[in-house]
Design a protein around this ligand. Sequence first.
Ligand SMILES: Nc1ncnc2c1ncn2[C@@H]1O[C@H](COP(=O)(O)OP(=O)(O)OP(=O)(O)O)[C@@H](O)[C@H]1O
Length: 271
Amino acid sequence: MNDPGVLADLPAPQGVPTDGPAIAIRALGKRFGDLIAVKGIDLDVPRGSFFGLVGPNGAGKTTTLSMVTGLLRPDHGKAFVLGRDVWADPVAAKRLLGVLPDGLKLFDRLTGLQLITYAGLLHGMSRDLATSRASELIAALGLSEAQGKLVVDYSAGMTKKATLACALVHAPRVLVLDEPFEAVDPISAATIRRILEDYVAAGGTVVLSSHVMDLVQRLCSHVAVIADGQVLAVGQTDDVRGGRSLEERFVELVGGSTEVEGLSWLRTSSD
Ligand SMILES: Nc1ncnc2c1ncn2[C@@H]1O[C@H](COP(=O)(O)OP(=O)(O)OP(=O)(O)O)[C@@H](O)[C@H]1O
C-alpha cells in the first residue's frame, strides 16, 4: 500500500515565527586545511518552497547542508531554521528539521522498522506513535518485505529509503535532503516525489541537493547553483533558467568541458 498522506496536515509547532524564510544562511564559511570549501554563503530558502541545490562535484553542497543541519560546525557565519539559530539553539532548530544526510553512519544493526521507530523515539514521540508512523512509512516506501531485515544488509537504495523515513517520522517543518534520489529505483523515486510534493502542499519546506537537472527543473520551485563554495545564481527555477533548460543554464554558469583528453589506451581493442 502506497499512502504518502502520512505527513499531511502538519501540526504548527508552538513558538515558531510565522514569517521569514524557512532557512536563512548568513556568511556561512568552512575551510578544510588550505581548501575553502564554502566561501561565506548567504542564502534564503523561502517558506513552503521546494528548493533545489545544484552544483558540480566538490562545489560545497554537502558541506553547506551539513552546517545548516547542525552536523558540521561552521568556521564562521550562521544558519537559522524558521528563525532558530542552528548552532546557538540546536535543540529547537533540530526539532523543526528532518535531515537525510550524505553518508552518515546509521545504527545499522537494527532492522528497518526498529531504526525508523528509534528515530521517532529520539524525537520524543511515544513508542506507539513512533511505531505506527514507522510502519506507515515502511509501507509507503515499499520496504514492507525488508522491514524485519538488519539495515546493514540493505541495498544502497533501501538504505536511502530507510534514512529518508527516519527524516520524516517526526513530521518536521523543514526537510533537508542530500541527494534523496541517488540509488533509488524509478518506482520508489516516483513515490518519494509524491510524498515530498504532498509535504510541500501541506505547508512544509524541502531543500534537496541533486545532480539530476531534469528532476530539479520539474520538482523545484526555487533553485540555487553553487560552484567553488559560492552561490552563482539563486531564485525561482524559471527565472534562473531564463528560458533555457536548467542543464543548459547550469553548464553556462559553471563552465567546464565535456571533451576528454588522453585515455587513448581505453579505446584500443585488446583482441
Ligand atoms: N572532511 C573533509 N575534509 C577535507 N576536505 C573536505 C571534507 N569534506 C569535504 N571536503 C572538500 O570540500 C569540498 C566540498 O565538498 P562537498 O562534499 O561539500 O561537495 P559537494 O558539492 O557535496 O560534492 P558532490 O556533488 O561530489 O557530493 C571538496 O573539495 C571536498 O574534497
